[in-house]
Design a protein around this ligand. Structure first.
Ligand code: PLP
Length: 396
């Protein structure tokens, strides 16, 4: 089948696999064992990869903490910060459309006596559907607010949030800002300095790198970002996250980001072109196609995109997205009927936009990526069209 579910994960680029291979078989030392050559070589590889990752994101190498992925990074940022700063306050601010890897740690904090405000976004039908107004963040901040957490790009509707403006609001109020940038890194230009975030999560497997590796950026300098480690043990990474470093994963993630950044200027345009071709094709052949999230060509006043170039989320109204997936045996996409296999019921993101449960259930999410071609888009249009026509006919 044609793979168009690149928000869920991506194929590891063969060039990334090639860069990783020596670190399984030849350079297999523990980077913590610097007393001998095996360890020293692995240590050097980690240092080089960290320097490359940091440089690509406008950070310093000391500001990068490696984790097992963005879920762990989000947990470390949110729970680690809340635990450490509870004497200063117990209020956190986030958004209804965040990934579960942010919402669940927040829910857990609520069970432990913290207070969480979840902000609303622009409603379905608006040209900026899903967008968070920075003014809302300003209004939500209280004297006891210790952290604001806002994602950069949404994994379902691709909306890109105004993080630099939100960071200005947070800085003005003296509140720290965490950003889940898992879907944005490598897809649009991302610089921690330009965004002004204090903490930022990202992951290897969304950028054509390996699964099971991610990182948390934690800003150095004043004011100091204090957090409690969530995984303790051997004291690796300055005690901020213990555990033997995943050397092949780190090397792979760094190589993956280099490739993304090299190709970004042409890839952004190419993917936006494919995505527009897909939407136009579906609209032409099917009735009742509704776009979920911001208008495809929407830009902010500075001219930046408001939507990830490879993202399309559409609702069809009268059919079940899950049934469409079953009907199509040659196309891999996902449905807003179940936003993840662990979340029963329609996507919380689409419900937050104001879609009815039925409309949310009728949606499909496409994530176009590096390996997709115009011919694949044509074939996807045909598959979706024939599946939906068939289901509509059956429903009479
Ligand atoms: N945050 C966002 C926005 C995501 O899209 C994902 C991926 O599903 C995650 C976090 C979790 O990332 P990981 O699979 O690396 O834990």
């Amino acid at each position: 089948p044609i793979y168009m579910d690149n928000h869920a994960t991506t194929r590891t680029d063969p060039r990334v696999v090639e860069a990783m291979l020596p670190y399984f078989s030849e350079v297999y030392g523990n980077p913590g064992s610097v007393g001998h050559e095996y360890g020293a070589e692995a240590h050097t590889a980690v240092e080089l990869a960290t320097a490359s990752l940091a440089a690509q994101l406008g950070a310093d190498p000391q500001e990068i903490i490696f984790t097992s992925g963005a879920t762990e990074s989000n947990n470390l940022a949110i729970r680690g910060l809340a635990e450490r700063n509870q004497r200063r306050g117990k209020h956190l601010v986030s958004v209804r459309t965040e990934h579960r890897a942010v919402l669940d740690p927040l829910e857990r904090l609520v069970q432990q006596g913290y207070e969480v405000t979840l902000l609303e976004v622009e409603r379905h039908g608006s040209t900026r559907a899903g967008w968070l107004d920075p003014e809302q963040v300003a209004e939500a901040i209280q004297d006891d607010t210790i952290l604001v957490s806002v994602m950069l790009a949404n994994n379902e509707i691709g909306v890109i949030q105004p993080l630099a403006e939100i960071a200005a609001v947070c800085r003005h109020s003296g509140v720290l800002l965490h950003c889940d940038a898992t879907q944005a890194v490598g897809k649009i230009p991302v610089s921690v300095r330009e965004l002004g975030v204090d903490l930022m999560s990202f992951s290897g497997h969304k950028i054509y790198g390996p699964k099971g590796i991610g990182a948390l950026y934690v800003r150095r300098g004043s004011p100091i970002v204090r957090f409690s480690p969530q995984i303790t043990g051997g004291g690796q990474q300055g005690g901020r996250r213990s555990g033997t470093l995943n050397v092949p994963g780190i090397v792979g993630m760094a190589r993956a980001l280099e490739l993304c950044i090299d190709e970004l200027p042409t890839e952004e345009e190419r993917l936006a072109g494919l995505r527009d071709q897909l939407f136009a094709g579906l609209q032409e052949r099917l009735s009742g196609v509704q776009l979920c999230g911001p208008t495809l060509d929407e830009r902010n006043p500075a001219g930046d995109r408001l939507r990830l170039p490879g993202n399309l989320d559409v609702a069809f109204g009268d059919i079940d997205g899950e049934a469409v997936l079953i009907e199509m045996d040659n196309l891999a996409v996902s449905s807003g009927a179940t936003c993840s296999s662990h979340e029963p019921g329609p996507s919380h993101v689409l419900l937050a936009l104001g879609l009815s449960e039925d409309l949310a259930r009728s949606s499909l999410r496409f994530g176009l990526g590096r390996f997709n071609t115009p011919a694949e888009v044509d074939s996807a249009i045909k598959s979706v069209t024939s599946a939906i026509e068939k289901l509509r006919k059956l429903a009479g």
